[in-house]
Design a protein around this ligand. Structure first.
Ligand code: FES
Ligand code: FE2
Length: 406
């Protein structure tokens, strides 16, 4: 029988510690709420400043039905604009990236400069003011070189994240990374299943033989403690006094974007996330040793980073529509590393390319079952506690929607 409970009731009935009720994935009304309350109201990772090194360098970043042009202006400042023409709303920029002095709308050829101002519009009325028709701004902020955008005018503050993550980010010198490779993985599933999957490693042992060989996160909590020792011995070399593998920092004060940091050791003998465990790029920042550690950073609900001693992998999961999402992955190395000499692109992307392809398959299978009339929520294991926490946060944000509270 069709579940017709109001969303407020559905949220109230959701059992803590269990996977979500089917309608959270299949109900178009809930999807719309998620877009308004969550996806458009939080910061989303959109690339690294090094991708836009020169004035006029731009890239287009798409999330659900939104598209933003991120561009370095002639004044060297990076801005983000809605990719929506102020004439009659066409997409203005149809390319994914490039360098330009102006953006010309493909419909009636209105022209905007790289600061978003309208500089050309033919045959308009005499009192038409170009200055009133510049591209609309999308919120943008940089955190040590990482570019985040938010499709709302009053985004949460990133100050707490910046402050608390300053030390570990400095260790890897995020500011001086460059993007060595990017790939986009389309996933035919509701976006939440993709994020949920990223947040738990219960599936790592059965699904990711390559990852599970090197990453201790596929172990349960007690076993992780035992395998950290070899990293602990080397930690002073990496500027770390303590480590923690629990995402205890996720709770951000009100008005602040949520964030998290953890560091774990890989199995002994592994220095990086690579085919043979050997480094695939020069050491990052001021690190003096490959200590066998890997650090996880979380910014907001859909952006994650895994920092090895020699490269950082950035992951961002965004909806395309209710039934489809994508995972965009960035492989970053130190900015002065030279391709072919200091790193090989195929070696660099190997682990997370095969792992993400495997994830795509299991997420799509998960989606097929979640849509079935026989789907029932199931209980989480101890290794799915971060996923459980993420779900609780999603429910809390949905509960705040005026249409849900009223
Ligand atoms: S819609 Fe862009 S110029 Fe008309
Ligand atoms: Fe996975």
């Amino acid at each position: 029988m069709e579940d017709k409970r109001p969303i407020r009731e559905l949220i109230a009935c959701q059992k803590s510690g269990w996977s979500l009720e089917q309608r959270f994935y299949t109900d178009p009304e809930i999807y719309k709420l998620e877009i308004d309350q969550i996806v458009m109201r939080n910061w989303i990772f959109a690339g690294h400043e090094s991708e836009l090194a020169e004035p006029g360098d731009f890239k287009v970043f798409r999330v659900a039905s939104e598209s933003a042009i991120i561009v370095r202006g002639q004044d060297n400042k990076i801005r983000a604009f809605a990719n929506v023409c102020r004439h009659r709303g066409s997409l203005v920029c149809l390319e994914d990236s490039g360098n330009t002095r102006k953006f010309e709308c493909p419909y009636h050829a209105w022209v905007y400069d790289t600061e978003g101002q309208l500089v050309g519009a033919r045959d308009m009325a005499e009192d038409f003011r170009k200055e009133d028709h510049g591209l609309l701004h999308v919120s943008i902020e940089s955190v040590n070189g990482l570019i985040f955008v938010c499709f709302c005018d009053d985004p949460p503050s990133l100050d707490s994240a910046k402050r608390d993550l300053a030390e570990p980010m400095a260790m890897f010198d995020f500011q001086n990374l460059k993007v060595a490779a990017t790939r986009t993985y389309p996933i035919a599933a509701n976006w939440k299943l993709a994020v949920e999957n990223y947040q738990e490693c219960y599936h790592c042992a059965p699904a990711h033989a390559e990852y599970a060989k090197m990453h201790t996160l596929m172990l349960d909590k007690k076993k992780i403690d035992r395998v950290q020792n070899h990293m602990l011995e080397k930690m002073p070399a990496c500027g770390l006094k303590k480590y923690h593998y629990d995402f205890t920092d996720t709770e951000a004060p009100k008005g602040q974007q949520g964030y998290a940091y953890s560091r774990t050791a890989m199995f002994e003998g592994y220095k990086s996330g690579s085919r043979d465990g050997e480094p695939v790029a020069p050491l990052l920042g001021n690190l003096t040793d490959y200590d066998g550690g890997a650090s996880d950073f979380t910014f907001g609900p859909v952006s994650f980073f895994l920092a090895y001693s020699d490269h950082v992998v950035g992951y961002v999961f965004t909806p395309v529509d209710q039934l489809n999402c994508k995972c965009e992955i960035y492989w970053m190395v130190r900015s002065d590393a030279v391709e072919g000499k200091d790193y090989d692109k195929d070696n660099l992307v190997w682990l997370w390319d095969i792992t993400t392809h495997a994830d795509e398959k299991i997420i799509v299978n998960n989606w097929a079952g979640v849509k079935s009339r026989y789907y029932r929520p199931g209980p989480f294991s101890g290794m799915e506690r971060l996923e459980n926490r993420w779900i609780s946060w999603i429910l809390q944000e949905l509960r705040r929607a005026p249409s849900v509270t009223s």
